[in-house]
Write a protein that binds this ligand. Structure first.
Ligand code: PMP
Ligand code: GLN
Length: 382
């Protein structure tokens, strides 16, 4: 068989997790918390697992009660945007991963161009290419990783079908400002291009960084697929439940793919998440995520700063980027392997987020970890 993705190997996240297991290194590589979802959510899942009748296919777009609970929460958290219609605008997917794939499969035709900001989550480029699409990469300049809109303008054309944005951004934590959304809107006005806004870290915005979804920009909302993930929001990356919010005509197309990709998502899990949302009408959990992760970020930065690491700013998300040129001239992959084998801490080399392997000497740490884990890792890294 001739591979459709001959250049794609095992994802860097799986590679570094395997290296952590082999070496006994603390895994700050793959992005997942080392703590469990809230107790009430675990109890809800156990309750629904024991409920007869909750074990067959859920409705294709997702359980109505979960979609209604999401619509209500989004309406509370984004009061300046019209509430999404749960019947026609919200689709529950098997993680944001499935939503990404379903959107790309729904809108990208062979030869269509898709604008991708790099560093980019590893799935974006290969998933575009599997649809016959052509990624047009635009580099985000370090250390702030904010888009240079003049550079973006140079790759947008009549061939642009989709622009993919990710805010807060993995791996840098950069957050789109209202001015960024305006710049994107200006660039796309008068074109038929659509926007995929990957907002899986939507609640993890720190300090005074702006908290704005593509949905809150009136013009962009009409052309945007907005993605979120309960994996990030409820510390449940293994549950693989996410969702896509988009205007009815766009949601119809996502559902056309979703019904043949997974058809529906695990039923008891959806019930448990609906319980959690219904039981929290003030969104205390979602609103608590920013202070919770900001405290972890600050703890980790304080611990690492005393070790001489050059830390990049982290306005959002749960990753810390660091420059290691004071320690080593090695490539980021070689340095990451050295850290796992010799220092006992696994990280991700940032070159893995570039299609051409661009390496500016950065590694990524995940700080979604217990305080004791962060302390132990920092002690090894000093
Ligand atoms: N997009 C980004 C930017 C991510 O970091 C992740 C999680 N690693 C995903 C999408 C996938 O989310 P999920 O686990 O819900 O499939
Ligand atoms: N999104 C997670 C990360 O960036 C990993 C998800 C995965 O392993 N596919 O680390």
């Amino acid at each position: 068989l001739q591979s459709k993705l001959p250049d794609v190997g095992v994802s860097i996240f799986s590679q570094m997790t395997a290296l952590a297991q082999e070496t006994g290194a603390i895994n700050l590589a793959q992005g997942f918390p080392d703590y469990d979802p809230p107790q009430e959510l675990l109890e809800a899942l156990a309750r629904h697992a024991r409920t007869p009748g909750h074990h067959q296919y859920a409705p294709m777009p997702g359980l109505p009660r979960l979609r209604e609970a999401i619509a209500a929460q989004v309406a509370r958290l984004q009061p300046d945007a019209p509430a999404p219609d749960p019947a026609t605008e919200i689709t529950i997917t098997a993680g944001a991963t499935e939503a990404l794939y379903a959107v790309l499969a729904a809108v990208v035709r062979p030869g269509d161009e898709v604008v991708v900001f790099e560093p980019a989550y590893d799935l974006y480029g290969p998933a575009i290419r599997l649809q016959g699409g052509v990624p047009r990469y635009v580099r985000l300049p370090s250390p702030h990783f904010r888009p240079d809109w003049d550079a973006v303008r140079r790759v947008v054309s009549a061939r642009t079908r989709l622009v993919m944005v990710n805010t807060p951004h993995n791996p840098s934590g950069a957050v789109f400002t209202p001015e960024d959304w305006d710049a994107l809107d200006k660039l796309l006005a008068g074109t038929n291009a659509l926007v995929l806004s990957d907002e899986v870290y939507e609640h993890l915005v720190f300090d005074s960084a702006s908290r704005m979804s593509a949905r809150q920009h009136p013009a962009l909302r009409e052309r945007s697929f907005v993605l979120s993930s309960f994996g990030k929001t409820y510390h449940a990356t293994g549950w693989k439940v996410g969702y896509c919010i988009a205007p009815p005509s766009l949601s119809t197309e996502v559902r056309r793919v979703h019904q043949f990709l997974t058809f529906a998502v695990s039923t008891p899990t959806q019930h448990a998440l609906a319980d959690a949302l219904e039981a929290d009408p003030t969104d205390a959990h979602a609103r608590g995520l920013a202070p919770f992760y900001q405290q972890k970020r600050d703890q980790f930065r304080t611990l690492l700063a005393t070790g001489g690491w050059d830390l990049l700013p982290v306005p959002g998300g749960y990753f810390q980027l660091a420059r290691y040129d004071a320690f080593s001239p090695a490539s980021d992959l070689a340095f990451a392997q050295y850290l796992a084998r010799e220092k006992g801490v696994a990280v991700v080399p940032v070159s893995a987020f570039y299609h051409d392997g661009f390496d500016e000497g950065l590694v990524r740490f995940c700080f979604a970890k217990e305080a004791a884990t962060l302390e132990a890792a920092a002690a090894r890294l000093r």
